[in-house]
Design a protein around this ligand. Structure first.
Ligand code: FPP
Length: 273
């Protein structure tokens, strides 16, 4: 897919070339989910306000979307605002909402040009109408695009998502549209915010924290987890490519046992083919 290059400045083209040669294009993750963390710490070490970290983080979002689209990844889900993030100081919440609106306004044309579909996942309640309007506009404008699906998780919580799915199922049962014993894993998956999307293959978390922080709790059951010390505002295509190369080294067994390769006897010793 031809993707117009964003002007991101800080990408290391030569380093990327080296990493790109090491990628196995037959074994790319179809769905990558990212917990973008470390904006505050990035700002603190520079003696800057936290909001500067979020602004720098928005550049990493652009770079990452570009890299995912160029690689031909099908789904990219970014955790931008959790149901718990409303507890942050009001000016920080407002700054995050402003950054989101700015991103959607500035990037819409680029999303279109690159056939990227944008979608929000999370609870729609609680947003300022101007934020919701910008989200709806971007969703509608890109709804016919067939390339990368960019999901931005906003006012999102994994447990809340499961609660919402349970409520939908309970309603269907109470209205006689579904029997309780017909509920299975697929029926639950179908009622999550991510209903038509396959589960993530790779979950990346930046800033070294070893937590899943209530993100896609149901969907990451078999995701490979990659944690990098890099703070989100420093995250560039080389970090993304490194994560994918690491993912490609993993042996995904989904709870099963890999069949051992047949051993052949050669010259009295056992040789593994
Ligand atoms: C976590 O860092 C980051 C967030 C809560 C917000 C993520 C937002 C962005 C990347 C910017 C704008 C987003 C879009 C979609 C344009 P933190 O503040 O918790 O960092 P800390 O743990 O170092 O304090």
């Amino acid at each position: 897919m031809a993707v117009t290059k964003y002007d991101v400045g800080a990408n290391d083209e030569a380093g990327d070339e080296f990493l790109l040669r090491r990628l196995d294009y037959e074994n790319l993750p179809s769905h990558v989910a990212i917990i973008m963390d470390g904006n505050g710490r990035w700002a603190a070490v520079r003696d800057l306000p936290r909001v500067s970290g979020h602004r720098a983080g928005a550049t990493s979002v652009r770079v990452t979307v570009e890299t995912a689209a160029r690689l031909g990844i099908d789904y990219l889900t970014l955790f931008a605002f959790s149901t718990e993030n409303w507890k942050r100081p009001r000016f920080e919440v407002e700054a995050l909402m402003r950054l989101l609106k700015e991103f959607l306004r500035k990037e819409l044309r680029t999303l279109q040009k690159n056939n990227i579909r944008f979608q929000m996942i999370g609870r729609f309640e609680d947003f300022d109408p101007s934020v919701l309007k910008a989200i709806r506009k971007a969703e509608q404008a890109t709804s016919q695009n067939t390339g990368l699906l960019l999901n931005i998780a906003l006012n999102y919580g994994g447990r809340t998502e499961i609660v919402d799915a349970c409520r939908r199922l309970a309603l269907e049962v109470s209205e006689g549209r579904l029997k309780a014993d017909e509920i299975d894993e697929q029926k639950i998956s179908d009622r999550l915010y991510t209903n038509s999307i396959p589960d993530p293959d790779l979950l990346i978390r930046t800033s070294g924290e070893m937590r899943v922080s209530n993100f896609l709790l149901w969907q990451i059951a078999y995701a490979e987890i990659y944690v990098t010390e890099t703070l989100w505002p420093d995250f560039r295509s080389r970090d993304f490519l490194t994560a994918i190369i690491e993912y490609q080294k993993r042996d995904r067994r989904y709870g099963a046992v890999r069949q051992p390769k047949p051993a052949t006897v050669a010259g009295g010793s056992i040789r593994e083919d």
